[in-house]
Write a protein that binds this ligand. Structure first.
Ligand SMILES: *Cc1c(COP(=O)(O)O)cnc(C)c1O
Length: 467
């Protein structure tokens, strides 16, 4: 034990190694010294705890290697790119939407330069950051006015707080949804200071139920688009149009939380009908909210469109300041919306739309390309291509399955879980699906250039004997 302890190289000796000098140059003296001390302390603890495995090694060569690994782990970005092999297009945990190329350019432009964020160029006077997207949003949706906040959860909170604080909000029981990550309508309602009044049954709500719930305290009707699940079979919901008519007859505003909110009618691409924002506005509804990074394919944002009188009130609510969007969101949202001026352009340029409308034949070619290369790597790697389905994700089109071709991989002597873990351990990490003891890669969410990275990931695992 004593000998081992004495063999641990001294910090200043380690600092003299050529590789370590390079690290000092790349990072800083202090950071490298701290890393060496940390590595040495770990080795010392192992010796003192008699935790000495076969690969225990206190040589200079190994200490340098450990220091390098330590610094790589420390200093690589935590928030970094991954390869999404899951086929879930709007994967909330992997960052939802990818931005269009032209939106990325705008992001760099406003990051590099001062901008017109809150200035009116003509007069030189103070302007509003919210004006930048109002023209496009009102043109594209037919609404009178708009406001953009941090995300749709924030948009719903702000709308409820502005329109119905201290008052009752009537909503159908079938719409009291939870949307992943702890967004529950009853809880948002409570935070907003509005009082929830549930009407109807889980599967059926009639217009009469809403009418019967109206009292002196009623401030608002709320419709939530149950975007992440469907009630099928013996069910009835009141249409937004009926609700708007009743609300306006009784002098009550109506709020529509559309969730994924799309500007394009997806039914022309074989999807089940999903209400568009324009259709919602056409009913005469007072306020509509939806996400920027779901089906729209823009940055994270909560987009509010509707009647000017209500939007004006929201702008004056102090909560708006707390939910404020930054210039990066506004620049990329503006550019994403601009692409929608021509739907054909939007379908080509907005990655979310492009991925959702990829042809099965195209996906099959990509799957086969990947499978053939993987198959050639080693006899221990078994690869098949099978027809299957991708998911939209992000709570949109829950019952929709998009036909794709899946690459199914199994490896001798390794469970699918172990293979999945190893693939996430590489750089960039590869996320896959696991199904019936196989690792599954769906080409839908993989860029063409990422196919080579995936192949080299498998080659690395084989080369290191991990497969
Ligand atoms: C996704 C969703 C939300 C939350 O939107 P975020 O932009 O994620 O905050 C709210 N309501 C509905 C109906 C949704 O689908």
């Amino acid at each position: 034990m004593e000998t081992y302890l004495r063999q641990i190289p001294a910090v200043d000796k380690v600092l003299q190694q050529e590789d370590i000098k390079n690290l000092v140059y790349e990072y800083s003296h202090q950071v490298v010294v701290d890393a060496i001390r940390d590595v040495n302390q770990n080795l010392r603890n192992k010796i003192l705890n008699k935790d000495i495995q076969d690969d225990f090694d206190v040589s200079m060569y190994n200490v340098v290697k450990l220091v390098k690994n330590r610094l790589d782990k420390w200093l690589q970005p935590n928030l970094r790119r991954v390869i999404n092999g899951t086929g879930v297009v709007l994967h909330t945990n992997l960052g939802r939407s990818l931005l269009a190329k032209s939106a990325q350019k705008r992001l760099v432009e406003v990051a590099n330069n001062y901008s017109t964020l809150e200035i009116d160029v003509e007069s030189g006077e103070r302007g509003s950051r919210y004006e930048h997207v109002t023209g496009l949003l009102t043109y594209l949706t037919g609404a009178e006015d708009s406001l953009v906040v941090n995300n749709n959860a924030g948009a719903v909170l702000l709308a409820l707080n502005t329109l119905a604080k201290g008052e009752e909000v009537v909503i159908s029981r079938g719409q009291l949804v939870e949307i992943g990550g702890s967004f529950r309508i009853p809880e948002v309602m409570e935070q907003s200071g509005a009082k929830l009044v549930e009407v109807g049954a889980t599967n059926k709500t009639h217009l009469g139920d809403y009418e019967a719930a109206i009292s002196d305290e009623t401030g608002l009707f709320l419709r939530v688009h149950t975007s992440n699940y469907r009630i099928v079979g013996f069910s009835k919901e009141v249409s937004l149009q009926e609700l708007v008519n009743l609300g306006h007859e009784k002098g009550l505003p109506v709020l529509d939380d559309l969730g994924s909110g799309t500007l394009i009618d997806f039914s022309q691409y074989g999807f089940s009908p999903e209400p568009t924002v324009q259709e919602s506005i056409e009913t005469g509804v007072d306020v509509v909210t939806f996400s920027g990074d779901k089906l729209l394919g823009g940055p994270q944002a909560g987009i509010i469109v509707g009647k000017k009188e209500y939007i004006e009130k929201m702008k004056k609510n102090p909560l708006t300041r707390a939910l404020r969007v930054d210039k990066f969101t506004l620049a990329t949202l503006e550019e994403t919306l601009r692409l929608y001026l021509d739907f054909e352009t939007a379908l080509e340029e907005v990655p979310t739309l492009r991925l959702l409308t990829l042809e099965p034949e195209e996906l099959e070619i990509k799957a086969k390309e990947l499978a053939e290369s993987l198959d050639e790597l080693s006899n221990d790697v078994k690869v098949e291509v099978e027809k299957g389905y991708s998911q939209v994700g992000g709570g949109a089109f829950p019952s929709e399955s998009l036909p794709t071709s899946l690459v199914k991989i199994s490896v001798n002597n390794l469970t699918a879980e172990e293979l999945g873990d190893s693939l996430r351990d590489l750089n960039p990490p590869l996320f896959t699906r696991i199904q019936s003891e196989k690792v599954i890669i769906d080409p839908r969410t993989i860029h063409e250039e990422e196919i080579d990275i995936i192949i080299s990931h498998f080659a690395t695992l084989i080369g290191e004997g991990r497969v």
